[in-house]
Design a protein around this ligand. Structure first.
Ligand SMILES: [Zn+2]
Length: 144
Protein backbone atom coordinates (compact mmCIF):
# COMPACT_ATOMS: atom_id res chain seq x y z
CA UNK A 1 0.00 0.00 0.00
CA UNK A 2 1.39 3.34 -0.94
CA UNK A 3 0.66 6.31 1.27
CA UNK A 4 1.29 9.98 0.72
CA UNK A 5 3.81 11.47 3.11
CA UNK A 6 4.75 15.07 3.75
CA UNK A 7 8.38 16.04 3.20
CA UNK A 8 10.02 19.45 3.14
CA UNK A 9 12.01 20.64 0.12
CA UNK A 10 15.73 21.10 0.95
CA UNK A 11 15.89 24.19 -1.29
CA UNK A 12 12.72 26.27 -0.81
CA UNK A 13 11.62 24.48 2.42
CA UNK A 14 8.02 24.19 1.25
CA UNK A 15 6.13 21.05 2.17
CA UNK A 16 5.45 18.50 -0.53
CA UNK A 17 3.04 15.59 -0.45
CA UNK A 18 4.71 12.64 -2.10
CA UNK A 19 3.44 9.13 -2.62
CA UNK A 20 5.73 6.93 -0.50
CA UNK A 21 6.19 4.57 -3.46
CA UNK A 22 7.70 7.42 -5.44
CA UNK A 23 10.33 8.42 -2.88
CA UNK A 24 13.04 6.44 -4.65
CA UNK A 25 12.15 7.86 -8.08
CA UNK A 26 13.98 11.18 -7.64
CA UNK A 27 10.87 13.26 -6.92
CA UNK A 28 10.99 17.02 -7.52
CA UNK A 29 9.56 19.86 -5.49
CA UNK A 30 6.16 21.02 -6.71
CA UNK A 31 7.06 24.61 -5.91
CA UNK A 32 10.67 25.22 -6.98
CA UNK A 33 11.10 22.06 -9.13
CA UNK A 34 14.45 21.20 -7.49
CA UNK A 35 15.22 17.61 -6.48
CA UNK A 36 13.66 16.75 -3.12
CA UNK A 37 16.67 14.55 -2.39
CA UNK A 38 19.95 16.16 -3.37
CA UNK A 39 22.18 13.66 -1.56
CA UNK A 40 23.52 16.30 0.79
CA UNK A 41 22.63 17.69 4.22
CA UNK A 42 20.17 20.59 4.40
CA UNK A 43 21.42 23.80 6.00
CA UNK A 44 19.03 24.34 8.90
CA UNK A 45 18.23 27.63 10.61
CA UNK A 46 15.58 28.95 12.98
CA UNK A 47 13.35 29.70 10.00
CA UNK A 48 13.28 26.24 8.44
CA UNK A 49 14.14 23.89 11.31
CA UNK A 50 10.57 23.14 12.41
CA UNK A 51 9.43 22.50 8.85
CA UNK A 52 12.06 19.78 8.41
CA UNK A 53 11.75 18.42 11.95
CA UNK A 54 7.99 17.97 11.60
CA UNK A 55 8.20 16.37 8.17
CA UNK A 56 7.34 12.68 8.16
CA UNK A 57 10.91 11.76 7.31
CA UNK A 58 13.20 11.30 10.31
CA UNK A 59 15.70 14.15 10.52
CA UNK A 60 19.28 13.59 11.66
CA UNK A 61 20.85 16.86 12.77
CA UNK A 62 24.55 17.66 13.12
CA UNK A 63 25.14 20.58 15.50
CA UNK A 64 28.58 21.93 14.60
CA UNK A 65 30.73 25.06 14.45
CA UNK A 66 33.43 26.20 12.00
CA UNK A 67 36.08 26.46 14.76
CA UNK A 68 35.53 22.88 15.96
CA UNK A 69 38.18 20.47 14.60
CA UNK A 70 36.26 17.24 15.30
CA UNK A 71 33.20 18.80 13.61
CA UNK A 72 35.17 19.55 10.46
CA UNK A 73 36.62 16.04 10.47
CA UNK A 74 33.15 14.55 10.82
CA UNK A 75 31.63 16.68 8.03
CA UNK A 76 32.57 14.35 5.12
CA UNK A 77 31.15 11.33 7.00
CA UNK A 78 27.88 13.19 7.55
CA UNK A 79 27.71 14.40 3.95
CA UNK A 80 28.34 10.91 2.59
CA UNK A 81 25.68 9.47 4.93
CA UNK A 82 23.13 11.84 3.38
CA UNK A 83 23.53 10.20 -0.01
CA UNK A 84 23.33 6.74 1.56
CA UNK A 85 20.36 7.35 3.88
CA UNK A 86 18.13 9.37 1.57
CA UNK A 87 15.23 9.08 0.76
CA UNK A 88 14.54 7.20 4.02
CA UNK A 89 16.02 9.90 6.23
CA UNK A 90 16.75 13.62 5.90
CA UNK A 91 20.08 14.98 7.16
CA UNK A 92 20.61 18.55 8.24
CA UNK A 93 23.30 20.72 9.75
CA UNK A 94 23.02 23.48 12.31
CA UNK A 95 25.91 25.93 12.54
CA UNK A 96 25.73 26.68 16.28
CA UNK A 97 27.81 29.83 15.80
CA UNK A 98 25.13 31.34 13.57
CA UNK A 99 22.08 29.60 15.04
CA UNK A 100 22.52 30.16 18.75
CA UNK A 101 18.78 30.08 19.38
CA UNK A 102 18.58 26.53 18.06
CA UNK A 103 21.65 25.46 20.04
CA UNK A 104 20.15 26.80 23.26
CA UNK A 105 16.68 25.40 22.48
CA UNK A 106 18.24 21.93 22.37
CA UNK A 107 20.68 22.58 25.21
CA UNK A 108 23.73 21.79 23.08
CA UNK A 109 26.75 21.82 25.42
CA UNK A 110 29.39 20.18 23.29
CA UNK A 111 29.86 19.81 19.58
CA UNK A 112 29.47 17.93 17.47
CA UNK A 113 26.16 16.74 18.90
CA UNK A 114 23.98 14.52 16.75
CA UNK A 115 20.24 14.47 17.19
CA UNK A 116 17.47 12.48 15.56
CA UNK A 117 14.07 14.14 15.27
CA UNK A 118 10.90 12.35 14.22
CA UNK A 119 7.49 14.00 13.96
CA UNK A 120 8.85 17.12 15.63
CA UNK A 121 10.21 15.24 18.67
CA UNK A 122 13.77 14.38 19.63
CA UNK A 123 14.13 10.59 19.70
CA UNK A 124 17.89 10.18 20.09
CA UNK A 125 21.01 12.17 20.81
CA UNK A 126 24.73 11.49 21.03
CA UNK A 127 27.63 13.84 21.69
CA UNK A 128 30.89 13.45 19.80
CA UNK A 129 31.91 12.47 16.29
CA UNK A 130 31.83 8.84 15.19
CA UNK A 131 33.61 6.86 12.48
CA UNK A 132 31.40 6.29 9.40
CA UNK A 133 30.42 2.69 10.18
CA UNK A 134 29.49 3.49 13.76
CA UNK A 135 27.49 6.53 12.71
CA UNK A 136 25.45 4.55 10.16
CA UNK A 137 24.88 1.82 12.74
CA UNK A 138 23.68 4.36 15.32
CA UNK A 139 21.21 5.94 12.89
CA UNK A 140 19.88 2.58 11.73
CA UNK A 141 19.48 1.36 15.31
CA UNK A 142 17.45 4.39 16.30
CA UNK A 143 15.17 4.11 13.30
CA UNK A 144 14.71 0.36 13.50
ZN1 LIG B 1 11.33 23.47 -3.37
Amino acid sequence: MSQPIIIACPHCHRKNRIDSDRLAESPRCGVCKAALFAGEPVVLDTGNFNTHASSELPLVVDFWAPWCGPCRQFAPTFAKAASELEPRVRLGKVNTEEQQALASRFGIRSIPTLLIMRGGKEIARVAGAMPPGQFMQWVNQQLG
